[in-house]
Ligand binder design. Structure first.
Ligand SMILES: *Cc1c(COP(=O)(O)O)cnc(C)c1O
Length: 357
């Protein structure tokens, strides 16, 4: 099987090997050490400012998005949500559920956020901003630094969902001034799903410590307190956290976050070059490195997904909702190579010969 979806993605041999081991008991100095190393590499790779902290959540990244909304905002806030697709819309829903007053900046699928559009909200009494740096549903990459400058000017608490952007697109938490960075185990971290990470800037740490949260599991102050000894309040996904440790160490040995981001960028560029010979159109105007959404000029996007899965052992990523039949996505994160791209292009060419596109 070759997996070109945007999560879960292909894991390295080393990560797979750790997954085949027995899962150890975790209230030990040895496991704490693994957690401290995980934290230090995550802070390094996200370029977090000095004094930042990371907490490891056993839930999918949506759980961490929800934790961020619950711990960082309340009904006394008024936030801006960049809503350019299904992940932006998820923040909108979370604000509704948790009674956080918001205004959504709604963008068309594939449309980027311009400075002009954002500055329509300048000086209007907002307290925070939430954005998915790579809106994975449309593959649009927003400008984290342009948004960060706006947040600094307006004194906004700045939450970045980097779930699919972390380790795939350049992101400098200190430079863009983000207070919260969220990522997950099954995207560019290329581990099995089940764990996610929240990085808090010093301002984020302060905010979370003073929050009044009506939740036991999603109380980030409790997570922070436990992380002081390299632990979590409740039993974490021990096996996945050990796999994350293997993966972060692997990236560090191979040159760190910038080298991994360059590798993903080259994987994306190679695919985008090769697919040009086939009858497809690109959807996004400022594409993220992690994923390429493509629109088939002939044939049904969902049928192409099914054909590739059932007859070629290749998984691409179907789109949900309104774009189900018109757009599919090809991921570039995880352990994929340029040869894998060629294999996919050859399969598409074969589908073309068979009259399916
Ligand atoms: C994948 C993804 C998520 C959440 O994923 P889960 O399915 O909850 O792990 C959130 N935001 C973005 C931008 C994503 O790509």
């Amino acid at each position: 099987m070759i997996n070109f979806t945007v999560g879960p993605v292909m894991c390295s041999e080393e990560v797979c090997a750790v997954g085949g081991e027995q899962v150890p008991y975790f209230r030990t100095p040895e496991f704490s050490e693994i957690m401290f190393e995980n934290e230090s590499l995550i802070l390094k790779f996200s370029k977090a400012p000095k004094g930042s902290k990371a907490v490891f959540m056993t839930c999918s990244s949506t759980g961490s998005m929800e934790a961020a909304v619950m711990n960082c905002f309340s009904s006394r806030d008024k936030v801006i949500v960049i809503d350019g697709g299904s992940f932006g819309h998820r923040f909108v829903k979370l604000c509704e559920i948790h009674d956080v007053p918001y205004d959504a900046v709604t963008l068309e699928p594939g449309q980027s956020l311009t400075k002009e559009r954002l500055y329509e909200y300048d000086g209007s009494g907002y307290t925070g901003l939430l954005v998915n740096i790579d809106e994975t549903s449309t593959g649009v990459l927003y400008d984290s630094e342009m948004i960060g400058e706006f947040c600094r000017k307006n004194g906004l608490f700045y939450v970045c969902d980097c779930v699919s952007a972390f380790l795939a697109d350049p992101f400098d938490m200190a430079r863009c001034g983000a207070d919260v960075m969220i990522t997950g185990s099954q995207k560019a971290l290329a581990c099995p799903p089940g764990a996610s990470v929240i990085v808090l800037s010093p301002r984020g740490v302060e905010r979370v410590k003073n929050a009044q949260v009506r939740s036991m599991y999603f109380d980030l102050a409790d997570s922070l307190k436990n992380m002081e000894r390299g632990q979590t309040p409740f039993t974490p996904a021990v096996g996945i956290l050990r796999q994350i440790h293997a993966r972060l160490s692997e990236i560090e040995r191979a040159g760190g976050a910038d080298a991994e981001i360059a590798r993903v960028a080259s994987q994306a560029a190679d695919f985008r070059r090769k697919i040009k010979e086939l009858p497809f159109e690109f959807v996004s105007r400022s594409p993220a490195n992690g994923v390429t959404p493509v629109h088939p000029l002939h044939g049904d996007a969902y049928e192409i997904f099914t054909e590739l899965k059932d007859h070629y052992g290749i998984w691409i990523c179907p789109n949900g909702g309104e774009m189900k039949n018109t757009v599919f996505r090809v991921g570039h994160i995880g352990c994929l190579t340029h040869e894998d791209n060629t294999t996919l292009i050859n399969a598409l060419r074969d589908l073309q010969l068979r009259g399916k596109l």
